[in-house]
Design a protein around this ligand. Structure first.
Ligand code: NAD
Length: 247
């Protein structure tokens, strides 16, 4: 039987350019719920009511309240051993970058230096008109979202459904997916596009795909070469241990 952990460790050791793509499952062990599945955020807050740009423009106060609740939860969260394992892989010179769909800043908090934020960062507000950014300070904001000095209603600096991915992370992530020879895909359901196309793109360009997830996804039987089954907070530190043993 193939030892997927050993195969994955060997591939990472040999990699000239390894990149990670992470999703909500990466932060599940930091007590941040995923969006889909049992106990996911969408069970309580349907995305068409709370997570589209149309919903925000139509009823900013309602979406804002949901957002403050979410940000309060993020504020108290800490990186888990999975985040630290990816930061360690970067320090070891193996991982060149993390492309994250998460908006929680936990990769940076764990020490990762090159982090491409595909869907923005919940610690910030942005003006949709002039792109001015302000930190989101829970102690200062009330029940309504603030206005920018240019007079426009600000929004959380995250990509809502119906909004495009900002061009810099879009281009940078595509370049990394195209040029990497190993892609480590962690805790993502393979359902949110265009992020879900990055592993497919990497595979088409010859990359070895390692997938770390508690469940199989559409990637598992189609493009994944090594499947690390289990919580990322356990599988990723184990992977780092194996790499160190093999050095
Ligand atoms: P998703 O909620 O659609 O899927 C989560 C995936 O993680 C699933 O495949 C699940 O099996 C897996 N998973 C759950 N616990 C895990 C664990 N401990 N270890 C490994 N895998 C685990 O998430 P998604 O694919 O990232 O898409 C949802 C979107 O929502 C993203 O674009 C992201 O921007 C956003 N989101 C962000 C956060 C955050 O910032 N922490 C949290 C929820 C959602």
């Amino acid at each position: 039987m193939i030892d997927h952990f050993r195969e994955a460790a060997n591939a990472l050791q040999r990699a000239a350019c390894a990149v990670a793509v992470t999703g909500a499952g990466m932060s599940a062990e930091s007590n941040i719920p995923t969006f889909r599945g049992a106990g996911g955020i969408w069970e309580k807050y349907p995305p068409h009511e709370y997570a589209t740009i149309e919903a925000y423009n139509e009823n900013p106060e309602k979406v804002w309240k949901f957002w403050l609740e979410l940000v309060a939860q993020l504020k108290d969260s800490k990186p888990n051993p999975g985040h630290y394992a990816l930061a360690e892989l970067e320090r070891m010179g193996i991982l060149k970058a993390v492309v994250t769909q998460n908006v929680d800043n936990l990769h940076q908090d764990a020490g990762s230096k090159i982090v491409i934020e595909y869907h923005g960062n919940a610690k910030w507000l942005v003006c949709p008109r002039c792109r001015h950014r302000d930190p989101l300070d829970l102690s200062q904001h009330g029940d309504s979202p603030p206005y920018c000095f240019c007079g426009t209603l600000m929004k959380p600096d995250v990509v809502m459904f119906g909004e495009p991915i900002p061009s810099q992370p879009l281009v940078e992530a595509a370049r990394l997916a195209e040029s990497c020879d190993v892609l480590l895909v962690v805790g993502t359901s393979a359902q949110v596009y265009p992020a879900a196309s990055l592993p497919v793109f990497a595979k088409q360009n010859g990359a070895y795909i390692i997938e770390a997830n508690t469940e199989t996804t559409d990637f598992t039987r189609t493009i994944t070469d090594a499947f690390l089954h289990g919580p990322a907070g356990e599988t990723l530190p184990h992977l780092v241990e194996l790499i160190k043993e093999g050095e």
